[in-house]
Design a protein around this ligand. Structure first.
Ligand SMILES: [Fe+2]
Length: 382
């Protein structure tokens, strides 16, 4: 495991602020949005579709604290063509990861000069709340990044969307979840493509390496992976990039690539400040998580006895909920992974709580892989 301290030169102009929102392209946006509300505690936020004068697509936006997801679907056969092709190829998945930025012109100019593919050059959208400027660039696979400058806008989301004022009656009877903001978003790459993707972020967006692990540290008897995390200068946006490594059997990263039909977003990690309450309530709502073998907790209890760090959460509670712990001398993190969010074994979600620990759970990868492999074997893919 390597932690990097060299941030590289500070960009002369332009700044990445935070994750803005995530756009999913799915077969049935209405139902997908509803699933994230009932199972994961999001609330209906915005809508755009036939009723708002948008003729080609429907978009349902859901929100939980600072996390905003847009689910989009086609309305007519084979239109828009790129959406139709995307859905057939990848199934339901993440199409775009949007970042809020300052000085969009400078960022786009730099990216263009470095050879980034601009899918949609700077455009502006306005309404009574002001105007938003955006541009979209291509990253790995069919995934894109939309860069959003909101400095002249004070509306609740984006022009063209209508607020959904009707509360979901289930919100009143289901427990609050408390997911706060996006912690990191992981992209899986085909074999030996990780380094090129990392270079792309360094060259085009002026990101730098934050953390990495290689397959010698990250392997089980069967499968292995390599991962490098890239981040912006201020380190507010973390994007781990994975690739499979050769093991005895098929890597879980390769399984993803096979089913997604190429590179794409593997998981979205969301931060909680009280993971025990968050996971208890997500389980009450019926959200399913990976099952962790009891042996993990036996060795965890043993190892924690000899460690400098003191975990303040109740370990029985942690074990009951199948939450994982990774730690060093200075701090620890708690994390848990959902089962896949759709039938294809592609996207899943993570919930993470940090106590003075900026890692990504490398100490858990082995037990996590073993849990994933148990499911993978059940699917006949190991
Ligand atoms: Fe993660």
């Amino acid at each position: 495991m390597t932690t990097y301290t060299d941030k590289g030169p500070k960009p002369e102009a332009g700044r990445f602020i935070a994750f803005d929102h995530i756009t999913f392209w799915v077969g049935n946006a209405k139902q997908a949005a509803s699933h994230y509300c009932t199972r994961l505690g999001f609330e209906p936020f915005m809508y755009r579709g036939l009723e708002t004068g948008c003729r080609e697509i429907a978009a349902h936006v859901v929100k939980q604290n600072k996390i905003i997801y847009i689910f989009q679907s086609m309305l007519e056969p084979d239109k828009p063509a790129d959406m139709a092709r995307h859905l057939t190829q990848h199934g339901d998945g993440v199409k775009d990861v949007a970042f809020e930025v300052e000085d969009l012109n400078a960022i786009v100019k730099k990216a263009k000069s470095r050879g980034a593919v601009v899918v949609k050059d700077i455009w502006e959208e306005s309404d009574e709340h002001g105007s938003v400027r955006m541009a979209t660039v291509q990253t790995y696979g069919d995934t894109t990044h939309t860069l959003i400058d909101r400095s002249n806008y004070n509306g609740p989301f984006l022009p063209g969307f209508k607020p959904v004022n009707q509360k979901d009656p289930l919100t009143k009877i289901l427990p609050t979840v408390g997911l706060l903001h996006i912690d990191h978003i992981v992209g899986n790459q085909p074999d030996l493509e990780m380094n090129d993707v990392v270079d792309w972020y360094e060259k085009n967006l002026m990101f730098h390496r934050f953390w990495s692990v290689d397959d010698k540290q990250l392997s089980t008897e069967f499968s292995a992976l390599r991962s490098i995390v890239v981040t912006n200068y201020e380190e507010t946006i973390k994007m781990p990039i994975n690739e499979p490594a050769i093991g005895k059997k098929k890597s879980q990263i390769q399984e993803y690539v096979d089913y997604y039909g190429g590179a794409g977003v593997q998981h979205i990690a969301m931060r909680s400040n009280n993971i025990i309450e968050t996971i208890t309530n997500l389980r009450t709502r019926g959200q399913q998580f990976l099952e962790i073998p009891a042996t993990y907790y036996t060795s965890l209890r043993q190892n924690l006895k000899n460690s400098k760090v003191k975990v303040s959460e109740d370990l029985d509670e942690i074990q009951k909920l199948n939450i994982l712990i990774d730690y060093d001398d200075e701090g620890y993190l708690l994390q848990i992974f959902t089962k896949n969010m759709q039938d294809r074994p592609t996207l899943f979600l993570e919930v993470i709580q940090r106590h003075n620990h900026q890692g990504f759970g490398a100490g858990n990868f082995k037990s996590l892989f073993e849990a994933i492999e148990a499911d993978q074997a059940e699917r006949g893919n190991l």
